[in-house]
Design a protein around this ligand. Sequence first.
Ligand code: TRP
Length: 468
Amino acid sequence: MSGARESVHGMWSGRFAFILAATGAAVGLGNIWKFPYIMGENGGGAFVLVYLLCIVLIGIPVMMSEVLIGRRGRQSPGLSVKTLAQEASASPRWQVAGWSGLLASYLILSFYAVVAGWALAYVMKTARGDFQGQSADVIGAQFGAHLADPWALMAWSAVILLVTVLVVGKGVHKGLEKAVNFLMPSLFVLLGIMAIYSATNGAFGEALAFMFTPDFSKLTINGVLLALGHAFFTLSLASGAMIIYGAYLPSNVSIAKTSVLIALVDTAVAMLAGLAIYPLVFQYGLTPAEGPGLIFVTLPIAFGSMPFGTFFGTLFFVMLVFAAFTSAIAMIESTVAWLVERKGLNRMVATAATGGSLWLLGLLTVFSFSGASWATFELNIFGKPITSFFEVVDYLTSSVMLPLGGLVVAIFTGWVMTKKVTEEELQTSGLVYGIWRFAIRWFTPIAVSIVFLHLIGVLEPVLRLVGL
Ligand code: TRP
């Protein structure tokens, strides 16, 4: 039975705590910073549609798989998968599914902390009134100037990592759970206010058309892969988080229902972010393909001109920092849990060491944005231009490690773990179980494989080979 194993790190106090923490992990910069700009770079509507399909058809089933693995294994991702592989008399090699997640989290956090640092800097700038009455051009230039100052970026990301270390070092109960309790609901409300402001003051019709009218001629195979990868990214899948958070989940909570709820909230936040940003993009003649600076050059325009803009703007960036922060906590947790389990380190020491090394790795991102010559270059990976270390880390994680990691998780829970065990752990109706199992055994592996095969250019020859 699942209750047989216990987590050495503690447990969530209940279903609600898990939902908040997992939603906290899912909702973050991915929804508010990344989703709007990659949607813009990939032409809007068609990208959004593929992304939504990936969330429903692949993301939710894989999330259920990961929570299931964690709850049954009750350890850090690698060790949980290893234990369950043993239980199924399968090769211990399957644990790669867990380890790649741990590594992906670690790599993602290295740039995530830097971007969260931008948000923190923008709390100060907005509070000081830097954007009051400024034109779109000036606000764009202000962001450029911020990026060009590596010392500032290093300092702000250090603050983010330091606070993360302090919270996570205190442990699951006292640290993680407390932090998310009040942060997530406030963020939701504030984004709603922003979207209403933009809808009434910006080019709302144009934004709606951009986001919801699919134009497939604008979507490339790289865009499809990005939408797939982003579905994993935004739900914090294939990056250890849902496994480790599942490990702290009480046995009587429904995995299916909570997964659907988390995905719904996460998607709603991303859509709200899009609706808050795009009306302004079109109103002020900015380009949707602005890139990673998109929210930092659009929203301040609104804050600079709306009533109580300084107040709302400051609040918004505070919330953004919080959203990033609840994700950062989840990203560092797998590595810390592993160091504590296997290396016998004290929790605080393990967390501090991880945080310090992440700050160093984050320098790659800092100098990518400040434009240092050693950090910028020109590569082309399967037709996608890659121009800096930030883009390398981003591509490697979102477009390679996450989809492949999700694929392995799907195969592991669908084909390697026994039906008896997954049924027992999911405790759901026959219909839901059947849908999940079909999605995980067939749909996810086939869809992910097709995207990759097409990307590397071997899909067509393979199809011809099998006579299609
Ligand atoms: N889901 C997070 C976001 O949208 C990013 C993320 C990816 C993440 N992998 C994770 C967060 C693992 C926590 C743990 O911002």
